[in-house]
Design a protein around this ligand. Structure first.
Ligand code: SAH
Ligand code: SF4
Length: 455
């Protein structure tokens, strides 16, 4: 049958959706670009904040209404026959998912997405309200399934999380940390490169913990030619050797993982992009301690300084939470000043949202909504100014850009990204191929993009 996936949330979800698309295609179903052409629609949900979960559940509700001939038929073109929900919200809600969505055909948690083709068969045979919840140590099947629709691919290397930050529901829904065997990851990336993939982004909640809870390198794997002893740098070394692959990115990171070996890997392997997404969450030591982040402000800044000492243009991006329980004006000012000291190239700001079952959910959510909004706006305004200043330093330099395609705003221009993940917009000179590198001299800086000329 024709199918469409609607994805909310992080890159992990984008990756899981892509795997499901590949598995459904392999089972003979046909992916359609427009949801209104689909007979099977699956919503991949996020639950990291309350609003994210509501959106996914609301979307599913609309689809079910359309399936039953109620509501806006435009949502489904009247064709939809099966509606499924997958991902993090399913694991959080458990059987309660059917209280919110009584006519849902199936619900499947993360790490169990490999079951979806089978669930679709069961629904076609008349079953309804099927619930599949993975356990915390489950290793998904179908993790290496790829559709390959672009020159970029995500590759999951680390599942789950054991950090248990006070505010975070991810460990409850994505289970325990598990590192995929390195040989499996290398084989997957090699196969992707053979199919024309130029850039991979390795995914994990705390990806630099790769190989820490369970060994990723097995005793019979060959030793590291460069003498790396830590699992993640060693993985970068192995992936760098793959022909055809041009760039290696990874996300997200914890400052504890910024070891000397990691910096050596950045220096030795030009395919490894000089960009790190290093969520800080807060600049106040008191708040960091309460959150259970396991670093101080000074330790965090030392990690950033280490990367920038190695390369002053090293791009560092971050996530910040505003309005954590008990966050005072002084705590907030600490976050503001940390962001300035770190000189972030980009930042995502989130308003604190209590999640059921997390440690901080027991604390009063005492920063008023308007105050969270104000702090959010202040940090975003700061970041605009900082982003502009960071980008202005690059005017006059030549950046290697991997071409992505016509720019969204102006189709006469093309856009791509440099190694620091900065968006670079330029006038094409002659034919361009997505995934090919071009050298672009930067002529203009903006807070979020660079404008340049092909050299
Ligand atoms: N594993 C990543 C983060 C995954 S969640 C890491 O630790 O680096 C993505 C982001 O969502 C987090 O960095 C955090 O800023 C935000 N977030 C997580 N839980 C939240 C909550 N309860 N309220 C608001 N933002 C939250
Ligand atoms: Fe959540 Fe912390 Fe794990 Fe990130 S490291 S997923 S914020 S518990």
């Amino acid at each position: 049958m024709t199918f469409h996936l609607h994805t909310y949330g992080c890159q992990m979800n984008v990756r899981d959706s892509e795997a499901v698309e590949a598995l459904l295609s392999a089972a003979g179903h046909v992916r359609v670009e427009n949801e209104s052409d689909a007979e099977l629609v699956i919503v991949n949900s996020c639950t990291v904040r309350d609003m994210a979960e509501r959106k996914a559940v609301g979307k599913c509700g609309n689809l079910i209404a359309a399936k039953q001939g109620r509501g806006r038929v435009s949502e489904s073109g009247g064709r939809v026959k099966i509606v499924g929900l997958m991902g993090c919200a399913v694991k959080r809600m458990g059987a309660d998912v059917f209280k919110s969505l009584p006519n849902l055909d199936f619900a499947v948690g993360p790490r169990r997405f490999g079951a979806i083709p089978r669930l679709v068969e069961r629904c076609l045979a008349g079953e309804k309200r099927i619930l599949e919840l993975p356990d915390d140590d489950e290793v998904p099947t179908g993790m290496d399934a790829h559709g390959v629709t672009s020159f970029q691919s995500f590759v999951t290397v680390l599942l789950g999380c054991d950090n248990r930050c006070s505010y975070c529901i991810v460990p409850d829904v994505r289970g325990h940390e598990y590192s995929r065997p390195a040989r499996e990851v290398v084989a997957e990336v090699r196969a992707l490169a053979a199919r024309g993939v130029k850039e991979v982004c390795l995914l994990g909640q705390s990806v630099l913990r790769y190989g820490k809870r369970n060994p990723a390198w097995l005793p019979d794997d060959p030793p590291s030619p460069g003498g790396y002893t830590e699992a993640f740098p060693r993985l970068l070394e192995a992936l760098s050797a793959i022909d055809g692959l041009k760039r290696i990115r990874f996300t997200s990171a914890h400052p504890k993982g910024c070891t000397d070996e990691l910096v050596r890997a950045y220096a030795e392997f030009p395919k490894v992009c000089r960009h790190l997404h290093l969520p800080v969450q807060s600049g106040s030591d008191r708040v960091l301690r309460e959150m259970g982040r396991h670093y101080t402000r000074a330790e965090y800044l030392a990690a950033v300084a280490k990367l920038r000492a190695f390369d002053p243009e090293f791009a560092v991006t971050t996530d910040v939470i505003v309005g954590y329980p008990g966050e005072t004006e002084a705590d907030f000012e600490e976050t503001r000043s940390l962001m300035e000291e770190a000189g972030f190239d980009n930042a995502f700001v989130f308003k604190y949202s209590p999640r059921p079952g997390t440690r901080s959910a027991a604390l009063p959510d005492d920063v008023p909504t308007e105050e969270k909004e104000r702090r959010d706006q202040v940090l975003l305004a700061d970041q605009q100014v900082r982003g502009q200043a960071r980008n202005e330093r690059l005017v006059g330099t030549v950046r290697e850009v991997l071409v992505e395609g016509p720019s969204l705003r102006n189709a006469a221009r093309w856009s791509g990204r440099d190694g620091g993940n900065r968006i670079v917009v330029f006038e094409p000179k002659g034919p361009l191929v997505a995934g090919e590198p071009v050298n672009v001299r930067i002529v203009e800086a903006h807070p979020q993009i660079l404008v340049g000329e092909v050299v």
